[in-house]
Ligand binder design. Structure first.
Ligand code: ADP
Ligand code: MG
Length: 694
């Protein structure tokens, strides 16, 4: 009997596992007993009662137990090998159909499967001639040994495996490790108040459940545990920022009042509410960490600018950071338009300036009267910004990124400006609770009055002539149009060529309307000139890649045609569409699709045509792309989830979040003895987080 182990025991100490297996487990990222036990099964097979042998096609996979009657290896087309194992049901009656398991070019299966063996087989059956065949099934050899209680006659876990560790070996290893686990050393993590299931019980049941109900209960506990640990990290991050010394950066509001009265429209209720929330944060002596989100066109820029004016008025500087140069330039132009009349100095600083030999005025240190009040730049501003002596507010315009790294960067520099993260589109609740979980949230959930309606249609490419006719009618009536095409190739040469071809095509189709071409390689000066001509109505049609996604605001442009719409993401399509519907005229968005559109793309485009609600689109987009994409990325700063599903288990996330935040509310430093285990948990999870970000 091997010695007892704890969750912290290194797998290397468990020599009976064998060095090759230990190495294989390490390849899966499993180095301790705790790692191994949190390598949860990806599915289960009910091996207490197997399915009957299939007699026809089935879209549902079946799980059967069969005896190998014979095997057969054939060569087809001279070089391919086809290996068949013919299975019979153990208690077969004379007429039952045998099942053929078939593998192509699989040398190891040819060696592993032998006549007389009992196999558990899992896969989708298909009729081939008079045979029922499962191609490349998952399978396991059931030996007539003492292992029966581990591998059959039960809900058997199927774990993600790797070369050198089959699911069967993995199951056996976990079984054996559970047998020597010292239960007294397994500390509970989840507070009893939210789930009283014992942790050890859950760890056993998730791998070897007694029945479905136990499995559900175990899973629920472990999902809460995983979410709770994540939310402890989020709450810790938040507590850390709140504990930092901050300063008030809020003037009396006269400048902001002047801005607001200069506008030809009243602010929406949502804008006023958001400004109020931000103002309270700016006035407080602790650092602001706030997310501002809302649909395209909900007026985030004005809210951000109002905040910057409050900051400037308090004698500090404000910075607006965009993810790309072109976006920074667009922000710069729109801020200049609004700030020049107020007598404020707005300066543009982009990465391109780095090549200048001259030091930037920004970093010269001296705070003289001609120093800019507001800086607009790319995120490069952040990295070089150590010299910004009076930075009071940093607005991070993230578009679709997360800002976690940027926020961390600001904090590292010791400067504690107030931070406002602004996103281009609404953020689903799933993400405001996780990726943005440590931020306070202001939501613009109201559109300015008098916005024109947008009608969206999805059409096949073959309908191009109809679309052109439709465009011409509206152009003749004096409206303007955007034509968007996807960037097919990143290479400069091909891009220029594709752009030129697009341009020639549309100029011919829409003559004598005046078309302009805009893409990523157009020089900045030329870009400004093109946009200005379009804004003034001197050009009727703007043909562009997604560079028009943000920042262009022409209310007379009421038409948008998107080519190869299937290649864009849902959020991006919505973002593009946000360029129209900005005036009183009804607007039209035509999404043309290429020849081959798969079901996913069809679903995406159906949602796009159906709703213009950015909040709904954002949820759908996240659902389509999957949270793994978002939560698993280094960008998010959060570890990937092992068992929880942010959609399915959203309710458990809320539960876990409230519990974690309560812990920090009562004990921000985690000094209470009862909370010391959280410090350990955090240290471990932080390690995971850091290794993701670095
Ligand atoms: P977002 O960044 O949220 O997509 P913008 O800040 O670019 O939206 O604003 C879109 C347009 O709406 C701009 O032309 C802006 O001047 C205008 N706008 C902002 N707030 C209002 C309002 N309350 N009423 C009418 N128009 C507004
Ligand atoms: Mg904007």
């Amino acid at each position: 009997m091997p010695a007892l182990c704890t969750l912290d025991t290194s797998l290397r100490e468990l020599e009976w596992l064998g060095p090759a297996r230990i190495r294989a487990l390490e390849r899966l990222g499993l180095s301790t007993v705790g790692d191994l036990l949190s390598h949860y099964p990806r599915r289960y097979e009910d091996r207490s009662r197997f399915d009957r042998f299939p007699t026809g096609d089935s879209e549902q996979p079946v799980c059967v137990l069969g005896i190998v009657k014979k095997t057969q290896l054939r060569r087809i087309r001279g070089w391919q090998r086809m290996f068949d194992a013919v299975l019979e049901e153990p208690d077969a009656h004379a007429l039952s159909t045998p099942l053929i398991c078939r593998w192509f070019n699989s040398a190891w299966v040819e060696k592993a499967v032998i006549t007389g063996q009992r196999l558990v087989v899992y896969g989708k059956p298909k009729c081939t001639g008079s045979n029922v065949v499962i191609a490349h099934p998952e399978f396991e050899v059931v030996e007539d040994d003492t292992d029966v209680s581990v591998h059959v006659n039960r809900l058997a876990p199927i774990h993600r495996a790797t070369e050198g560790v089959s699911p069967r070996v993995m199951r056996r290893a976990i079984w054996d490790v559970l047998a020597i686990l010292d239960e007294t050393t397994v500390e509970p993590i989840v507070p009893r108040e939210i789930d009283a299931t014992p942790r050890v019980w859950a760890l056993r049941q998730i791998h070897f459940p007694d029945d479905d109900a136990s499995l559900d209960k175990a899973r629920r506990h472990l999902v809460i545990e995983e979410f709770f640990i994540m939310q402890l990290a989020v709450a810790a991050r938040r507590a850390e920022t709140l504990a930092q010394p901050g300063a008030a950066h809020c003037g009396p509001g006269e400048l902001m009042r002047r801005l607001h009265t200069s506008l030809p429209f009243p602010l929406t209720g949502a804008q006023l509410r958001a400004i109020g929330e931000i103002r309270a944060d700016l006035a407080a002596a602790r650092p602001m960490n706030r997310l501002l989100h809302g649909d395209v066109g909900s007026g985030k820029t004005l809210v951000a600018l109002s905040a910057m004016l409050l900051c400037v008025e308090s004698g500090h500087q404000a910075a607006l950071m965009a993810p790309t140069q072109i976006l920074a330039e667009q922000h710069y132009l729109s801020l200049r338009r609004l700030c020049d009349p107020l007598g404020l100095r707005v300066a543009l600083r982009t990465g391109a300036r780095k090549e200048d030999a001259e030091p930037l005025p920004l970093f010269s240190g001296a705070a003289d009267a001609s120093e800019p009040d507001i800086f607009v730049g790319t995120h490069a501003l952040l990295y070089e910004g150590a010299g910004i002596t009076r930075l009071g507010l940093a607005v991070i315009d993230e578009q679709h990124k997360f800002g976690v790294i940027q926020r961390a960067r600001l904090r590292e520099q010791g400067a504690m400006p107030d931070v406002l993260v602004m996103t281009a589109t609404p953020i689903p609740r799933t993400l405001t609770m996780t990726v943005f979980g440590d931020l306070d949230v202001s939501t613009l959930d109201e559109m300015p009055a008098g916005r024109g309606k947008i009608v969206t249609a999805v059409r096949e490419e073959t309908k191009l002539p109809d679309a052109v006719k439709f465009l011409r009618e509206h152009l003749d009536a004096g409206r303007q149009a955007y034509i968007v095409y996807p960037l097919i190739d990143e290479s400069e040469k091909l891009e220029a060529k594709a752009a030129a071809a697009e341009f020639a095509k549309w100029q011919a189709l829409l003559a004598p309307m005046k078309c302009e071409l805009l893409h990523g390689r157009v020089a900045p000066d030329e870009k400004d000139a093109i946009m200005e001509r379009f804004r003034r109505g001197e050009a009727n049609v703007l043909i562009a890649t997604t560079v028009i996604e943000v920042g262009i605001d022409v209310s007379n442009a009421t038409l948008m045609l998107i080519e190869n719409a299937e290649r864009f993401g849902l959020a991006q399509l919505h973002q593009l569409r946000g360029r129209i519907g900005r005036g009183e005229h009804k607007s039209y968005c035509i999404a043309l699709t290429g020849a081959k559109v798969d079901d996913d793309a069809k679903g995406k485009l159906a949602v796009f045509a159906q709703t213009n609600d950015g909040f709904q689109i954002a949820e759908e987009d996240l659902r389509i792309r999957g949270p793994g994409d978002l939560l698993g990325t280094a960008q998010s700063g959060l570890p990937p989830l092992k068992i929880g599903d942010v959609f399915r288990d959203a309710e458990l996330m809320t539960l876990a979040r409230n519990a974690a935040f309560l812990v920090f509310e009562r004990d921000p430093q985690l000094t209470q003895p009862a909370h010391s285990r959280y410090r350990k948990v955090l240290a471990e999870s932080r390690h995971a987080v850091l290794s993701q970000v670095s």
